[in-house]
Write a protein that binds this ligand. Structure first.
Ligand SMILES: [Zn+2]
Ligand SMILES: [Zn+2]
Length: 328
């Protein structure tokens, strides 16, 4: 362990930075490889990169990061999915799927699945390119600052984003120049082509942008963006991701809202595991129906969706809210 109250270099988390990115930057700032730093400071028995540290980091690890960098523990906790507890999902847990939070599929320190998104322009403009926690969210499909679609892989080689592997297995390399780099082909991630986002109708644009902006600012969304409504939005995303329930619902929404029918590569897979284009497309349909409760009532009336599917698996409070929404 490096002695002293603080590590010689102890950068603080940048705005919205994820824990994993902050650890990588701290290791490099101290002139160490990520693996060497983690073995020394967190112990060889605890392999950070075999788990999803941004989702479920143990309290002792957060305490070390707080003590050795002089960062308040609350700020440290906000670099992990704890930040979204009671905002986007009811409770943080380690079992199976967490609502809206994209899962890394782990295999010997390699992530499979495209669960780390990025905005090419944010990375390009950062003085020190870094990865934000909110970029792990399935509903975060565009950057509100640049109004462009997020990217979920390297444009050049199709590889997943794994900024902790940039110097792994390279004997002579400790330092990395920038995290804006693909660990497989070394090309800048920020060189991905830009795809502008145009959302319609206007209310869909407003609600969706407002939600992403409040997530950026780490606020509790309220009013139309209250927790229960975001939960119901997720129920629609779930149904639209299901090969069984999508056809009628999607046909109804696309006809009424003048959208073209989504073309999906895989018929049935959970929303959080779909790629950026599919999530963005399905979210537009879900937001369209969510921006006016009469649209939901009409969809039920026309048998495009069964009402019990809308509150299936919800906690009692949210279930009551949904029933109230549809009966008044
Ligand atoms: Zn951006
Ligand atoms: Zn690449």
């Amino acid at each position: 362990m490096i002695s002293g109250k603080y590590w010689p270099a102890h950068p603080h988390p940048l705005p919205g930075e994820s824990l994993s990115c902050w650890i990588v930057r701290t290791a490099h700032a101290n002139g160490l490889k990520v693996q060497t730093f983690c073995d020394r400071e967190f112990g060889k028995d605890f392999q950070i990169w075999n788990r999803d540290i941004d989702r479920n980091a143990p309290e002792w690890l957060l305490a070390i990061m707080s003590d050795k960098t002089g960062t308040p523990i609350k700020q440290v906790r906000n670099t992990t999915a704890r930040l979204y507890e009671k905002r986007l999902f009811p409770k943080l847990h380690s079992a199976s799927q967490l609502r809206w939070f994209m899962a890394l599929k782990k295999k010997h320190r390699t992530h499979k699945g495209y669960a780390q998104q990025y905005c090419p322009l944010c990375l390009k403009e950062d003085d020190e390119p870094y990865f934000r926690l909110q970029w792990r969210l399935a509903l975060y499909t565009f950057c509100t600052k640049h109004r462009i679609l997020m990217a979920d892989r390297c444009y050049h080689c199709g590889g997943e984003v794994e900024f902790h592997r940039l110097e792994l297995g390279k004997a002579n390399q400790v330092k990395v120049e920038t995290l804006d780099c693909c660990w497989i082909c070394n090309k800048p991630l920020s060189s991905a082509p830009i795809q502008n986002v145009n959302l319609y109708p206007k209310l869909v644009d407003q609600r969706w942008s407002n939600l992403l902006e409040s997530i950026d600012r780490q606020l509790y969304p309220a009013g139309a963006l209250r927790y229960q409504n975001i939960t119901l939005l997720h129920q629609f995303c779930r149904l639209l991701s299901s090969g069984r329930y999508r056809p009628r619902l999607s046909k109804h929404i696309c006809t009424s809202g003048h959208y073209s029918q989504p073309e999906l590569k895989i018929d049935s897979v959970i929303f959080e595991q779909r790629d950026i284009i599919e999530r963005h497309t399905l979210l537009q349909l879900a937001w369209w129906i969510m921006t006016n409760r009469n649209r939901i009532k009409t969809a039920i009336h026309r048998k495009a969706v069964r009402v019990n599917l809308l509150y299936r698996d919800l906690d009692p409070d949210t279930k009551r809210y949904v029933i109230g929404l549809l009966t008044h």
